[in-house]
Design a binder for this molecule. Structure first.
Ligand code: T46
Length: 133
């Protein structure tokens, strides 16, 4: 279930740089329609606790670290995110939780669709019913 998308670091002696261009279908397996970032998450706070019906995303931890839980209704996996050159592909119909954010954690998310609250499944039991049909 854990699938990484690798981004090339174009760094040199001055530091690191990763470029993500629209049309990079080889790296990001969908057309990017939205980008958002999560930062300054308060200590002890967890986020997510939902799945998306259609949305696919790639999450990249560009600073600090956090722990992502992905659950497809049959299997639940934990993954630490801390590498700015690795994006975690989150397929549709995947329950996600984010925990243990470091103070400096910045999570950049590339999304396949515009924001749509009706695409969210926020009830875990409802998610399980739909995911295991
Ligand atoms: C996801 C995980 C990884 C918007 O207005 N537009 C947006 O594009 C997004 C992403 C959020 N919002 C609003 C909706 C809420 O009022 O921002 C507020 C916080 O969003 P939410 O509580 O959904 O945040 P997280 O961190 O629980 O989840 C987010 C994404 O919503 C979700 O799609 O997969 O990050």
């Amino acid at each position: 279930m854990i699938k990484w998308v690798d981004f090339q670091s174009l760094g040199d002696e001055r530091g690191d740089l990763v470029a993500i261009e629209i049309g990079m279908e080889k790296a990001v397996p969908f057309e990017i329609k939205r980008v958002y970032y999560i930062y300054r998450t308060a200590e002890g706070v967890s986020r997510g606790y939902h799945a998306h019906r259609n949305l696919k995303q790639v999450a990249i931890c560009v600073s600090g670290k956090c722990r992502m839980v992905l659950d497809n209704g049959r299997k639940r996996e934990n993954i630490w995110m801390s590498n700015p050159t690795k994006g975690l592909l989150i397929e549709s119909m995947t329950w996600r939780e984010m925990h243990d954010f470091s103070d400096d954690c910045v999570l950049v998310v590339l999304a396949s669709e515009h924001y749509d609250e009706s695409d969210y499944i926020r009830d875990y039991q409802a998610f399980l019913r739909l995911a295991t049909i």
